[in-house]
Ligand binder design. Structure first.
Ligand code: VG1
Ligand code: CO
Length: 543
């Protein structure tokens, strides 16, 4: 066994986005592309010598090869120990848990989440720190800086390890432990929720469909929902992780999980439908004839979390990303606890969770989680819903309606404009930014602007400031429009327009969301001059 010290040079564009570095798979497969980024990460954290890491991914194409490379580089850089999921599989929340459980120094999660997988699709890598959470902006900046200054990388010259065999192996002086990807995660879930109550509910005839979308949650859902909780065999569909996710788009929303949506809107709908994304950190919840928006789901989970053992003592506070609707703020206010608004991306919740300021966090993009790990967690959200349903003994629809009757309803929808030419998307955003200063008080398409700004976040824990996090425009009618560019795409720009309209508990709560959002949508199109700026107002995806 010998260590190769390979001369290399910087590769442009290795700047981590909202959630790690995401590129076309073929780009990651180019000589030294992945290697440079991994070495830069080791360099940015002050070296790997003597440290321990967790490595795993969502099983997409190139996952296993990438893991072998990372293991050999960790060994060559002097790491003491690496824990790997069997077959290279670890969901994002399970990886976060293993980092915390084993007190590792950090971990590499290989995933491009909900983006399609395959040699012609997307791949990604993300570094998480000691708390189990995504590297904060300060560290991703250091990693990027290191990619620009890299001169050499170190990699062990050895045969590939067998990642199918559980247990200890060695790679040079480094110990590698291959673990069952589900086991520790399942144990954690058992400490959080009342498995007996959920089991009884299934025994009583409660029915469910969980769509794993051919992605990483299949093994987790089989073990937890069917084997441990007694959901009927066949509850989990598309439950075997495939390298190309069955050529699908493993994004749990009404568009990409259409089969599940159709079932839930039909006469044969089970009591609850749920789905998760590529790496298992997102969730979709849908009742019989009742799709629950992620923003509402966060608010409803917050209002009912005390019904599950882990949260019986109440919540410390609730955090949501800026584009997420204000529904959870209303719950926090009623509970008399803090509410926080952070930029998009789970990395911004880490400090609040570590400082004990919040217990639950959520994003409009189908991400919900708590202080049990430092990532959003798809199955956790599903289990919390099941626990609440088991205690309240009501349907999903009844619980949602009751919530709206108590708190009012935040009509919500996100419009995604994909593959927009980057220069046009940038021009739209900068034109908008240029208008913000004088916008308050003006009328746009019949709505009066209450406030407008480019969101800037002051982290209350470490004092760091993150600016230019999205343009938000609030109207006197209780409506809000938010504009931002995606930081997870791999081609062109994706413009996201987030629309929201609050209707109080005495107002209408049963409108079609697209009708309820008509005025703010028109105002958003007018304000951004969208047709002229990008040549269209028809989004590719509406969620
Ligand atoms: C998107 C979502 C964001 C989420 C991020 C990572 O980012 O909007 O809420 O945290 O994806 O989720 P962006 O920059 O494209 O809007 V995942 O499940 O892709 O790790
Ligand atoms: Co994800």
């Amino acid at each position: 066994m010998s260590i190769e010290v390979r001369q290399t040079s910087p590769i442009e564009g290795q700047k981590p986005g909202t959630s790690g570095l995401r590129k076309k798979t073929r780009v990651f497969m180019e000589p030294n592309y992945l290697e440079n980024f991994i070495q830069a990460t080791f360099d940015a954290i002050g070296g790997a010598a003597g440290k321990s890491f967790v490595v795993g991914g969502d099983g997409r194409y190139f996952n296993k090869d990438a893991i072998q490379i990372i293991l050999k580089m960790a060994a060559a850089n002097g790491a003491a120990h690496v824990t790997v999921g069997q077959g290279g599989i670890l969901s994002t929340p399970a990886a976060s848990h293993l980092i915390r459980l084993g007190k590792a120094d950090g971990g590499f999660i290989l995933s491009a989440s909900h983006n399609p997988g395959g040699i012609d699709e997307d791949f990604g890598v993300k570094y998480n720190g000691q708390n189990g959470g995504p590297a904060p902006e300060g560290l991703t900046a250091k990693i990027f800086d290191a990619t620009l200054n890299i001169k050499e990388l170190k990699i062990e010259q050895s045969a590939d390890l067998d990642l199918e065999v559980l247990g200890q192996q060695s790679l040079g002086a480094m110990q590698v432990n291959v673990v069952d990807p589900v086991h520790s995660y399942q144990e954690l879930m058992e400490t959080l929720f009342d498995f007996n109550a959920i089991r009884e509910m299934f025994v009583g005839g409660f029915s469910m469909r969980f769509d794993a979308m051919h992605a990483v949650t299949g093994p987790y859902a089989h073990a937890i929902l069917e084997d441990a909780l007694g959901a009927a065999k066949g509850t989990v569909v598309n439950g075997v992780p495939l390298e190309d996710f069955g050529k699908g788009h493993p994004d749990p929303n009404p568009i990409w999980a259409k089969d599940l949506m159709d079932l839930m809107m039909s006469d044969t709908a089970p009591d609850i439908g749920a789905a998760s994304d590529g790496d298992g950190d997102r969730n979709m919840i849908v009742g019989k004839d009742a799709y629950v928006t992620p923003s509402d789901s966060l608010a409803i989970l917050a209002a009912n979390a005390h019904l599950a053992p882990a949260y019986a003592k109440g919540l410390a506070g609730i955090a949501r990303s800026m584009p997420t609707s204000g529904a959870s703020d209303r719950v926090a206010e009623k509970l008399g606890i803090g509410s926080y608004e952070t930029p998009t991306g789970w990395k911004f919740f880490g400090n609040l969770l570590d400082a004990g300021k919040v217990t639950l966090c959520g994003e409009e993009s189908a991400g919900t989680g708590s202080d049990h790990v430092r990532e959003k967690d798809g199955l956790w959200a599903v289990l919390l819903w099941l626990n609440i349903l088991a205690v309240r003994k009501q349907s999903v629809k009844e619980i949602v309606t009751d919530h709206w009757q108590t708190f009012g309803r935040d009509y919500y929808s996100r419009y995604d404009f994909e593959a927009v030419a980057s220069d046009k998307a940038d021009a739209l955003m900068s034109a908008l930014r240029g208008k913000l200063a004088d916008l308050a008080g003006q009328s746009v398409a019949g709505l009066t602007v209450k406030s407008a700004d480019d969101f800037s976040y002051n982290d209350p824990v470490d004092g760091s400031v993150s600016s230019n996090q999205g343009v938000r425009v609030a109207f006197e009618t209780g409506a809000r429009a938010v504009f931002r560019l995606s930081g997870t795409g791999t081609e062109g720009a994706t413009l996201r327009l987030y629309l929201e309209q609050y209707s109080g508990s005495d107002g209408a709560i049963d409108l079609d969301p697209q009708d309820a959002l008509k005025d703010v949508r028109n105002a958003a199109f007018a304000l951004s001059d969208m047709q002229a700026m990008i040549g269209r107002v028809e989004p590719d995806v509406i969620t």
